[in-house]
Design a protein around this ligand. Structure first.
Ligand code: BEZ
Length: 369
């Protein structure tokens, strides 16, 4: 039964939102919060009769800050569920606290592979993607286009290393060659010397992971460098929020979402989001929205019960009717989802097809599988 603190009145449901409040990923966090709020507004900000209380914390884009903020949300703010983080290192801090405390936790962006791999836990869920999942299909896409010698560039931190690593794994397995590898400190944006080093390797194409403000700068600098005209590939984060740039024309990406998906749920979501926030929805907004949908579905299933085990069991069996297409969670709690192939053409993001259908992360080392 739901906790009752006065006759006829149920305890409010506390959701702790752990997102970056400043820096290169702040805009991504903002979109996640908007999407989550939109999903909760659909239910009148009440779930199974319980009023929702949102409390925001700063994940600080690093593990220690995220862990401290997560502890604060749980101990001082007494939230029932945690939702966050954007940065893969923040996810490591958040997941450690989740494992230590048992609080139901939903990762709404960070792709850190081990969150639904070796460090998986019965109370940790992800509505976004694993770093492996969105990049592995690009290895075959590149070779299908006869890009046999590829150079890679990213920020040197968990997400960059894992995303480029997944691309390289598939690409080299199928016979491709990596001709140059560059990793630069996060969130540095001094791209020019690195672009010159990539150009010197004369690649058939370049594969890059950057996101947020850094991605916009990279795309602009790339088009102004000696690499202009060399095909640019990446996970879709590279062009989310950058399709308005003339320099983004032609960039080929893989991602678990695309603006142009021709499905009623997506069209409705995008129209509602634009009307509510005066800007276009992106993948981050979708992930926030689906985190809200997952909470709503689970809380309704257990009729507002505060019992954690019941809530976790309800999350495990949820099917989310997402703007990306309907999905379920794997045994390791990561979405099993289609990975789309997209390209920027005339300032629009075009869906070229599905690069890999119903892709599940292999979740190596996960013991709850
Ligand atoms: C990450 O750190 O996991 C991440 C950040 C931005 C976009 C995608 C992934």
């Amino acid at each position: 039964m739901p906790t009752r603190f006065a006759i006829g009145q149920q305890a409010r449901m506390g959701i702790g939102l752990l997102l970056p409040q400043s820096g290169t990923y702040a805009g991504l966090g903002h979109a996640i919060a908007n999407g989550l709020n939109m999903a909760l507004a659909k239910t009148g900000n009440r779930l199974a009769g319980r009023e929702i209380r949102l409390v925001v914390g700063d994940d600080g884009s690093n593990a220690a800050t995220a862990a401290a903020a997560a502890q604060h949300l749980i101990q001082a703010e007494k939230v029932d569920v945690l939702v966050g983080a954007v940065h893969s290192d923040s996810a490591q801090g958040m997941v450690k606290v989740a494992r230590d405390t048992g609080i139901p936790t939903i990762i709404a962006n960070a792709g850190w592979n081990a969150a639904t791999g070796a460090s998986c836990a019965s109370n940790v869920f992800r509505t976004s993607f694993s770093n492996w999942q969105v990049n592995w299909p690009m290895g075959k896409v590149a070779l299908d286009r006869n890009y046999r010698r590829v150079a890679t560039i990213t920020w040197r931190y968990t997400a960059g290393t894992e995303m480029i690593g997944a691309f390289e794994e598939n690409f080299t397995r199928l016979g491709g060659t990596i001709v140059q590898r560059i990793q630069m400190p996060f969130p540095q944006m001094d791209f020019a010397p690195h672009l010159a080093a990539l150009a010197a390797a004369q690649p058939d194409a370049v594969m890059a992971f950057f996101a947020g403000a850094g991605a916009r700068q990279f795309i602009t600098d790339y088009a102004a460098s000696a690499l202009k005209g060399v095909p640019l590939l990446g996970p879709g984060f590279l062009t989310e929020g950058a399709r308005d740039l003339p320099a983004a024309e032609g960039i080929l990406t893989t991602l678990h979402y695309a603006n142009g998906l021709d499905m009623p749920v997506n069209r409705h979501f995008r129209a509602q989001y634009s009307a509510a926030y005066g800007r276009s929805a992106d993948v981050y907004a979708v992930q926030g929205y689906d985190s809200g949908q997952l909470i709503a579905q689970a809380v309704e299933t257990v009729r507002g019960d505060t019992n954690r085990a019941a809530l976790i069991a309800a999350m495990e069996t949820a099917r989310i009717d997402s703007p990306r297409g309907s999905f379920v969670l794997s045994k390791a709690h990561n979405p099993v989802q289609d990975i789309y192939l997209r390209q920027i053409r005339n300032g629009e993001e075009i869906v070229l097809g599905i690069a890999q259908r119903a892709l599940a992360d292999p979740a190596p080392g996960c013991k709850v599988k």
